[in-house]
Design a protein around this ligand. Sequence first.
Ligand SMILES: [Zn+2]
Length: 189
Amino acid sequence: MHSKIEPWFQSAKLTFDSEIQGNQIVDHRMVLGMRAGYESETENLLHEMSHFIEIDDSRCASPGWGLSVNMAYFPGHPPCTDPRSFQAPAREIRVSAIQRVLSQHFNIEFDDFTWAKLIYDWVPGSCYVLAEFEGLPEWGDKTFSYDEHVKLRCDKIKEAIVAQSHTWTIEQVRDEWDRKCQLLEQRTL
Ligand SMILES: [Zn+2]
């Protein structure tokens, strides 16, 4: 474990685990997972720490942060996510902004475009990027190749992450972390 991160885990009700993905309650403790797919990295832990900081108080003690994804079922097609709004990507942008501040503080690499692309590719609702951001060409605009269209959209997400990260200081991030830890102490997990 990164030596600068360990002091953040003072609460008896909060820990981390390299084999867990996302966040879970295990033995009455909130466990932040470091695992994402086949990898187990500090970056993933910072992402879950950022979710904990971003999530509303009522859900900070819930597995999966109490978030659910709508699924769509079409005959003959595997189940897939059903995007209904920009809500999910908007949350991931807020989370990534916090993660960017944490990463800078811990001297851990945070690539703005990589995280923007992750959000664009994986979070249902990012199909609304055109409606959410100004100055983007329509998909039908043949001036741009498919890859260029994707890059322009990811750039908008990237700019949002960077801009929001500037609204936080590391002290504010830490204060919100400590406040959430206190909330956990009061809850029965
Ligand atoms: Zn996330």
